[in-house]
Design a protein around this ligand. Sequence first.
Ligand code: ZN
Length: 72
Amino acid sequence: MTKKYIIFQCTNCGRYLYTDKQHKTRQCPCGKQVKIKKAKKIGETKKPKEARQAIRKLQKEKSDTQGFFKYK
Ligand SMILES: [Zn+2]
């Protein structure tokens, strides 16, 4: 049985997250219990490693363009 992982954006803070496709919700570090169905899906992959790499790339692009994830 092959697993799939969905990459999506938190509906509250816009963070990129990933979760097992079988899951219905995922707790974001911001505290929001994100419903996968309602979240903006970015993509999906079979490997969690790929999901993590994709997210790192997305976060970096986002912080470069918006400064959203930069910390003082
Ligand atoms: Zn969040």
